[in-house]
Design a protein around this ligand. Structure first.
Ligand SMILES: Nc1ncnc2c1ncn2[C@@H]1O[C@H](COP(=O)(O)OP(=O)(O)OP(=O)(O)O)[C@@H](O)[C@H]1O
Ligand SMILES: [Mg+2]
Ligand SMILES: [Zn+2]
Length: 527
């Protein structure tokens, strides 16, 4: 009769267990020195050796001739336990025996001494499935079991166990098995089963298995049913990795922000009976692979795919930004959660697809960043040459009766001629007494400028109005057409005359001379 590979190749000794040395060495040592705890708890992800180690431990504890803490697998007890003629190692599946009554039966039975062995061992698998009542019923026995009773509890979901149970057990955490260790075991099994397997095929299986040796052996089983020479293509087909072209096509169009094509692809998949939840999770995984490529130095180890697909992922990664990828994953994760309760899964999926194709309609941070990146890309590609200039419309330049003629204010600002032709007195700076009125007008027409002109005054020299202002950024403001015009207009309204503007450079105050900030700003202004 054919036995599936993972059962046929269940390790029979601690030494045979792969990748859990931190556990097997301790257990073997405890058996060797005869210090076996009364209760163990084996936790960790599935297919990593918990049940296997529980069985080995139960056998080793009872073996008549243990070898370095390992069962000999030869003595009458080992053989009896293997072939089921000795019944003192009891495996209970807590998933189907989770009630108080089941545990009460166990407690009663535990009182009897074992028939053929030193210890009666209870292996309670999936122990997190026990009901609260059953846990409580178990507590007392677990704390002080009869000397001939040992418990080994196993679970993938240790967080579901009550603290009272945890505190009564010696706990061992089983790790995910590394791809290298899985690959080693696969090659070992394949060789003994006369299966030829390519190196990259074994590596691909070990990555797909995600740390679970049972899954790896199951895939090997499936592949060996297809061919006696296993290649990565066979693995890819057997494990359902192949035929994902639609994901690449979808993501190509998402990268190009092409919602209409994405929606028609979704429609096609929907017609082909593709499950939207599965599609969503496949897309998340697809974007996750792109994210890894964009962030990790040697990404191939962290991505489960064939070499050909890896190249395709790399190409897609080049065509998108990390922010876009992260934003897609976030949106799809939200979608995955909503899909669970959605009555119209297709619409839900379509909405999310639109969101990730058109970041403009979403306002969360990542969508905004995606929009900025789109703009940056557009600029880089020359699609946008410069931002359109927005006309600064101030009341001043709306009502401007064109009192100001010169365009270039640089020259008069820096060095007003020492003797302008017009009055008042060409050589003398006369304090302009209407300045307060000008400021009042600016309060209406140019508030920001007024804020800067706080402590200012003005002098007339010929056709120039020279403004004296200590604020170092004033000279910057005055160079901007709209502010200059606002002042000129205000002066015109007060005096009825068109003045040109200048900066008053009379005696500079000591404070200003010594102000390093003012110096710096002046230097920058004069660059
Ligand atoms: N560490 C390991 N070394 C060698 N083989 C292993 C290991 N872990 C799992 N296997 C293989 O996988 C099969 C299943 O392992 P086991 O039943 O011990 O897993 P488990 O951790 O109890 O998983 P689950 O949580 O699903 O019950 C074994 O029969 C064996 O073939
Ligand atoms: Mg198990
Ligand atoms: Zn033995």
């Amino acid at each position: 009769m054919y036995r599936v590979l993972y059962r046929k190749w269940r390790p029979q000794t601690f030494a045979d267990v792969v990748g859990q040395e931190h556990i097997t060495s301790t257990l073997a040592h405890e058996v060797e020195i005869g210090k076996i705890s009364h209760a163990y708890l084996f936790t960790g992800s599935r297919g990593t050796g918990k049940t296997t180690c529980a069985k080995i431990l139960a056998k080793a504890a009872n073996c008549l001739n243990p070898i370095d803490g390992n069962p000999c697998n030869e003595c009458s007890v080992c053989k009896g336990l293997d072939d089921g003629t000795i019944l003192d190692v009891i495996e209970i599946d807590a998933a189907s025996n989770n009630g108080v009554d089941n545990i009460r039966d166990l407690r009663e039975e535990a009182n009897y001494t074992p028939v053929h062995t030193k210890y009666r061992v209870y292996i309670i698998d999936e122990v997190h499935m026990l009901s609260i009542g059953a846990f409580n019923a178990l507590l007392k026995t677990l704390e002080e079991p009869p000397a001939h009773v040992k418990f080994i509890l196993a679970t993938t979901e240790v967080h579901k166990l009550p603290a009272t149970i945890l505190s009564r057990c010696q706990r061992f955490d089983f790790h995910r098995i590394t791809p290298e260790n899985i690959k080693g075991r696969l090659l070992h099994v394949a060789e003994n089963e006369n299966i030829t397997i390519d190196d990259d095929a074994a590596l691909l299986i070990s990555r797909i298995a995600d740390g679970a040796l049972r899954d790896a052996l199951s895939i090997l089983d499936r592949c060996s049913g297809i061919s006696s020479h296993i290649t990565s293509e066979i693995v890819s087909n057997a494990a359902g990795l192949a035929g994902k072209d639609y994901l690449f096509e979808l993501v190509d169009n998402i990268n190009m922000n092409n919602p209409s094509e994405v929606l028609s692809l979704i429609a096609k998949l929907h017609n082909d009976s593709c499950d939207m939840e599965r599609l969503c999770s496949e897309l998340i995984n697809h974007f996750r692979n792109i994210m890894i490529i964009k962030t990790v130095k040697n990404p191939q180890q962290l991505i489960v795919c064939t070499d050909i697909d890896f190249e395709l992922y790399k190409k897609q990664a080049e065509k998108t930004t990390l922010f876009k990828v992260l934003s897609c994953i976030t949106t799809l994760e939200e979608c995955a959660a909503l899909l669970k309760s959605s009555t119209n899964k297709r619409t839900q999926m379509e909405m999310s697809a639109i969101k990730i194709c058109i970041p403009d309609i979403s306002s969360d941070t990542s969508a905004l960043i995606a929009r900025i990146e789109n703009l940056e890309n557009a600029i880089r590609e020359g699609k946008i040459v410069s931002a359109p200039k927005t006309e600064a419309v101030t009341p001043a330049n709306k009502e401007e009766p064109k009192p100001v003629e010169e365009k270039n204010e640089e020259t008069p600002l820096q060095s007003p001629p020492s003797a302008p032709a017009d009055e008042p007195s060409p050589d003398v700076d006369t304090l302009f007494t209407g300045w307060g009125e000008v400021l009042t007008k600016l309060d209406v027409t140019d508030k920001p400028l007024l804020g800067i002109l706080g402590n200012s005054s003005a002098y007339m020299r010929g056709e120039f109005m020279l403004i004296k202002c200590d604020n170092p950024i004033f000279s910057q403001f005055i160079r901007q057409g709209n502010h200059a015009n606002a002042i000129k207009t205000a002066i015109y309204e007060v005096t009825g005359k068109k003045f040109r503007l200048g900066i008053y450079k009379g005696e500079e105050s000591d404070a200003k001379k010594n102000d390093p900030l003012a110096d710096l700003v002046n230097k920058i202004n004069n660059l």
